[in-house]
Design a protein around this ligand. Structure first.
Ligand code: AMP
Length: 212
């Protein structure tokens, strides 16, 4: 049985890698607000506004993010979804609840990924992404066959504008202050399962999904 999942994890907690596997192997729709924001045309007025926030590691305005989310939730066509990056604070959690009610959807599982701060920093500073297929590499943990080049597309890998130590600090502090308290919010609803985010993550998650 598939479950609709929300991931709560610090920046570079490993959500996108895991989500890619769940999409490929288990038919999930991945709703990642960070990706949706990065996909906005950077030369448009909206794109410039969003890029400015992203580069500083600050939250983008709720109304922009919620519009992107609504569009995804309305086009699931019966498939299970994974939420990644939304909600990021209590206000967004309440908005999500209203939207799910409105669209007759449920949230079945909240996965908290536990990762040490040291590992997070290496993941951030080592992360490289293919601009063509969006495959993610890490120069420390998961390098491409040829340094700096995508294995599949043969193009130069890029880094996210917010993947540096300074911005990481802002994003991590904001995560602890704004997003981490959501664990308690969802724990009270009986939805939270903790997963060790450093080893066999996918296997642990599949076992939780299949657990009734
Ligand atoms: P992520 O890819 O989830 O690490 O998100 C990258 C950046 O996108 C964040 O640092 C925020 O600037 C912005 N962002 C993503 N999701 C949200 C959200 N739910 N609310 C506000 N800003 C967001």
């Amino acid at each position: 049985m598939s479950k609709n999942i929300l991931f709560i994890a610090p920046p570079a907690g490993g959500k996108s890698t895991i989500c890619a596997r769940l999409v490929e192997n288990d038919g999930y729709i991945h709703i990642a607000t960070g990706n949706l924001l990065r996909d906005i045309d950077a030369s448009s007025d909206l794109g410039r506004k969003v890029q400015d926030k992203l580069s500083k590691g600050e939250f983008v305005d709720d109304d922009i993010v919620i519009e992107l989310l609504k569009n995804k939730l309305q086009n699931l066509n019966g498939k299970p979804f994974i939420l990644d990056g939304f909600p990021r604070n209590l206000h967004q959690a309440r908005v999500l609840e209203e939207l799910l009610n409105e669209y007759h959807l449920t949230l079945d599982l909240v996965i908290e990924l536990i990762v040490s701060e040291n590992t997070l920093l290496k993941r951030i500073t080592g992360r490289q992404i293919c601009p063509n297929c969006e495959r993610t590499y890490n120069k420390y943990f998961m390098p491409p066959r040829v340094s700096g080049i995508c294995d599949d597309c043969d193009v130069l890998l890029t880094s996210r504008i917010d993947d540096n130590e300074e911005t990481f600090k802002v994003r991590f502090d904001t995560y602890m202050k704004e997003t981490y308290p959501l664990i308690d919010y969802y724990r009270e609803k009986g939805l939270v399962v903790k997963i060790d985010g450093e080893d066999n993550i996918y296997e642990q998650i599949v076992s939780v999904i299949n657990d009734d």
